[in-house]
Ligand binder design. Structure first.
Ligand code: SF4
Ligand code: SF4
Length: 422
């Protein structure tokens, strides 16, 4: 199983595989699980805490992590207790495909489980088996094709980001080839390369880095997707192709420190690239901004008024434990008493619904996780919901439109809040 919620097991190394090697990945039958995985299922007490915390369950998708674990446990008993033949858990209808795909990999179930079971890790392993057999709908296979064809999940031509890169160059941003001694590689990420709203995060970060005198550079055309959406969709080969190409690029430019504002890129570089030989100091923008404010390298000229609340991104807070840094930053940037917590916060935050590659496809559902969470933000009376992830920003921007709440609450990245105070 996974070593931690942010690190998927690496089942093979693409660059070490023999050309004729037969790849088996994921599981179709419970007999393929390790003894540790089987014992973990057997430990489930059916307490339901994972179900209560699961955003996919709250949104009325077919997924309940409790039911997934209980169904697999039942299958285990049928096979090993009664000696009956093992079934393909999906083809037999025991686990619905939409249950498998509804998981946002938010790890709330892991956090909630009193006996340390990771329900979502079974779902990710089933995804791997489904993907290996090509059991993907048009949107999922389309996203994977985009990653092969143009190296980004949006399927947009790299030419689409030229004008944005030109704009950054006009702001004085240099490429790593022009500034080889730069302290940080600033990794922009696919969302902020291609989504107009997310590009504002980058512009704010550039303003902050320049104000603090930080030496940084970007990769420009050499930046490809980290591969995270492919890996979470179960396509390990596509993930490793992208990861190995990025690692080669980092090593060619002698990159040591990587600054990111996307928690998914952060998690992949920090927790998953080391398995493929890519070891770097990875810094999320909340960590760097926090340090710049603490050490006085960045000074704010003004404080913002109005009520703000903060949405902790799953891959930053729960998965990587970064929860105090954004609060410290907001504490510096707003008037005393302006910040208000949502009822679910820090490691107990509630997913926006985009993780685990869910941003790229739809499953049947009653509600949207993003709208449920936006309503929690609205309950605080805050006029601004601060985020720390470009996908959360897009999800809540859409949620505000769906809920007709755009005039009640603004969605802003933490870098935008800080940049306004410089
Ligand atoms: S990882 Fe999140 S979405 Fe997936 S089963 Fe667990 S709680 Fe539900
Ligand atoms: S929280 Fe753990 S023990 Fe409780 S139902 Fe979920 S998987 Fe089983």
């Amino acid at each position: 199983m996974q070593a931690s919620p942010g690190k998927m097991r690496t089942p093979f190394k693409l660059d070490e595989l023999e050309p004729t090697a037969e790849i088996t990945i994921g599981f179709k039958q419970v007999t393929e699980l390790s003894w540790r995985q089987k014992l973990s299922l057997d430990a489930c007490t059916d307490c339901g805490r994972c179900e209560v915390s699961c955003p996919a369950f709250a949104a009325g998708t077919p997924l309940s992590p409790r039911m997934v674990v209980q169904k697999l446990k039942g299958e285990l008993w049928r096979v090993y207790g009664r000696g009956e033949e093992a079934k393909d858990v999906v083809a037999s209808g025991l686990i619905e495909e939409d249950e498998v795909w509804a998981c946002t990999t938010c790890a709330a179930c892991v956090e909630a489980c009193p006996v340390l079971i990771s329900p979502f890790e079974y779902l990710l392993e089933i995804r791997r088996a489904l993907t290996l057999e090509g059991r993907l709908d048009r949107r999922k296979s389309g996203m994977l094709t985009n990653l092969s064809r143009v190296f980004n999940p949006y399927g947009l031509s790299p030419a689409e980001r030229e004008s944005f890169l030109r704009e950054l160059r006009e702001m004085g941003v240099k490429l790593v080839s022009e500034n080889p001694g730069a302290e940080y590689l600033y990794w922009i990420g696919c969302a902020s390369h291609y989504d107009a709203r997310s590009r504002e995060i980058v512009k704010s970060m550039v303003k902050i880095l320049q104000a603090a005198g930080i030496s940084f550079a970007i990769l420009g055309d050499e930046e490809l997707c980290t591969g995270d959406p492919a890996r979470r969709m179960g396509e390990e080969g596509r993930y490793q192709e992208l990861a190995l190409t990025n690692i080669e690029t980092f090593n060619r430019h002698n990159i040591r420190k990587i600054l990111v504002h996307c928690p998914h890129c952060f998690n992949t570089f920090k927790n998953e690239y080391p398995d493929l030989g890519g070891r770097y100091e990875v810094v999320h923008h909340t960590q760097l901004i926090g340090e710049l404010l603490r050490t006085g390298r960045l000074k704010l000229r003004k404080k913002l008024g109005g009520k703000l609340t903060l949405h902790d991104s799953c891959y930053l807070g729960r998965v990587n434990g970064i929860v105090e840094e954004p609060r410290d930053i907001i504490g510096e940037a707003v008037e005393t008493g302006s910040f208000v917590e949502m009822k679910r916060n820090r490691r107990n935050s509630f997913c926006c619904g985009a993780g685990g590659a869910n941003y790229w496809y739809e499953v049947k559902r009653r509600d949207r996780e993003s709208v449920l969470r936006l309503n929690e933000a609205l309950e605080t009376g805050a006029g601004t919901m601060v985020v720390e992830c470009p996908y959360c920003m897009q999800m809540f921007g859409d949620a505000a439109r769906i809920a007709d709440a755009e005039d009640k609450i603004k969605i802003r990245d933490i870098a935008e809040v800080v940049a306004e105070c410089i």
